[in-house]
Write a protein that binds this ligand. Structure first.
Ligand code: NAP
Length: 326
């Protein structure tokens, strides 16, 4: 193998380790680290929890072997400033590591090249931009937040086999256990996704910082917007309510009175919410689609036919579309 191929192989392992922090390190980036000496991995680590050790510090402190003269692989430029922990660049220099291989430069102005400068001034060989595109993809929430100064936006809805996202009249339902039936035999809530899709949806919720709905969905569905069918961090629930009609929004929800998608995203950005899943309804999804301010679309397709009802949104062609069939 060439040195370039070897570098890519170990960087791939860094990205794999980094992904374990998804949902737990935000608004920090996902970072993994591998230390290699004499062609063998001697230690690994990743950033596990916001406010805790960075990946490099974990890998260095985890090592059971001497790491002097080793090569350290990490997918983000090592930090050079004091945050929750001291600078990783200082620790790398102190431990006598001779080469650092990195994937992405840190867009954080507090780092912005200073990490690399510090290492090079200490005589460490630095190789940059290994698997750069893969690293940006893994940290797409972080890069969108830092570079576009808005959260990463995922539009998500469930639609029936005939392309509807809600029935026209809520008087019939097919899965009684999962819906709320009132004394007059009408149904105020309905369920389109299968149990497996629902669990996947709740996993998706644990991966994002916030989850957002429009005021009509709040009024008609009273959604809890929790990730109760999957173990992990809970997203921040958000409701958009321009006319301030909602009177019973729980205190821990973010109850926004902003008028445009841009304003709403700015509020989320200011609150350091790095990503958001927009879960409907149709009007709010359409507003996001019209604004162009979204990054991914995810559709859960139901086996049910509704016949008539609220049509699911139409989206322009995108390569960032995931459709989960039943
Ligand atoms: N299948 C699914 O995945 C799914 C998911 C969610 C909902 N639904 C269904 O969708 C239906 C509700 O959808 P909907 O289209 O009627 O309502 P919606 O999108 O939930 O809410 C629309 C309302 O949001 C408010 N809003 C605040 N900021 C806005 C902005 N920037 N742009 C647009 N609207 C903004 C507006 O009311 P104000 O002007 O008063 O603020 C607007 O009327 C329900 O039947 C629900 O069950 C289905």
């Amino acid at each position: 193998m060439t040195q370039e191929e070897i570098d890519k192989m170990y960087m791939q392992r860094c990205l794999q380790l980094a992904a374990n922090g998804l949902g737990r390190v935000r608004p920090n980036p996902l970072v993994g680290c591998v230390i290699v000496k004499d062609d063998k991995i001697v230690s690994e680590g990743y950033h596990q929890e916001y406010g805790h050790n960075h990946a490099e510090r974990n890998a260095i402190l985890n090592s059971q072997f001497p790491i002097h003269n080793s090569t350290l692989y990490v997918n983000l430029e090592p930090c050079s400033h004091y945050g929750h922990t001291p600078p990783c660049a200082d620790l790398i220099i102190e431990k006598g590591i001779k080469r650092v291989v990195c994937c992405n430069d840190d867009p954080n102005p507090l780092v912005g090249g200073n990490g690399f400068r510090k290492l090079e001034e200490a005589g460490i060989e630095v190789t940059r931009h290994v698997l750069e595109a893969e690293g940006r993809e893994l940290n797409r929430r972080f890069f969108t937040y830092m570079e576009q100064r808005r959260p990463y936006v995922i539009l998500k809805w469930a639609e029936s086999a005939d392309g509807l996202m809600a029935p026209s009249s809520l008087t019939k339902q097919t899965e009684p256990n999962r819906n709320r039936i009132h004394s007059d035999n009408t149904v105020r809530a309905y369920w389109l996704s299968t149990q497996a899709q629902n669990r996947l949806n709740h996993r998706w919720r644990t991966e994002e910082a916030a989850i957002l709905v429009g005021s009509e969905t709040y009024l008609s569905d009273h959604p809890s917007l929790t990730a109760r069918h999957y173990l992990g961090p809970q997203p921040q629930p958000v409701v958009l309510d321009r006319r301030q009609r909602l009177t019973d929004v729980p205190d821990y929800w973010l109850h926004l009175h902003t008028h445009t998608v841009e304003e709403a995203l700015h509020e989320l950005y200011e609150r350091k919410l790095q990503s958001v899943i927009v879960e409907g309804g149709r009007t709010v999804l359409d507003a996001f689609i019209a604004s162009g301010l979204y990054d991914e679309v995810r559709i859960l397709r139901s086996p049910q036919y509704l016949g008539s009802g609220l049509k699911a949104p139409a989206i322009p062609p995108t390569d960032r579309l995931i459709i989960i069939e039943p």
